[in-house]
Design a binder for this molecule. Sequence first.
Ligand code: F6P
Length: 191
Amino acid sequence: QQVIYFSRHGESEFNVIGRIGGDALLSPRGRVYAQALAKHVQALNLPGLQVWTSTLQRTKATAVGIPAPQQHLHELDEIYSGDCESLTYEELQERFPRELALRDRDKLKYRYPQGESYLDVMQRLVPVLQQLETETNVLSVSHQAVLRCVLGYFLESPIEEIPYIHVPLHTIIKVTLKGYKYTMETVKMPI
Ligand code: F6P
């Protein structure tokens, strides 16, 4: 049976203050999640476990305690918000109100100035998704927008809904192939 695990990184210093993008480190709570994740995954005793993270510090730090081969893939990096990197949504509203309005109107196709759209993220994920479909017992530690795209793909969500899929922090997502369909289960860590 094919099983793939997913998790967002633990809470980052940017999550705490509501800044988007960037390459922040984990917050103290985020570090607690990293330990809980490692403990949970070790207890599962998954044969041939591999860990795929993004290249950003927060996903690497989340996975560092998991004793398994690790790969860091650019394709799993968070949506790049270009000129809007490291701003809060309030700062965005002040400095780029038009951009935020355009994004609200069409979150799927909206591309940040000098950055990416959800559609761009989906496109760069294609090779990783194709690879994932041939693997089992991979744990992929990535980011909110990227995991929306990945889960939307496996669960065959309507494309317009993908930018709004709920992917909470500190939650392990298990995707299992049953017949021809993938199903999802979640385990929320008490942190
Ligand atoms: O806020 C965390 C974060 O991962 C940001 O880095 C990213 O820009 C955002 O979530 C994506 O979510 P949304 O597309 O809803 O803004």
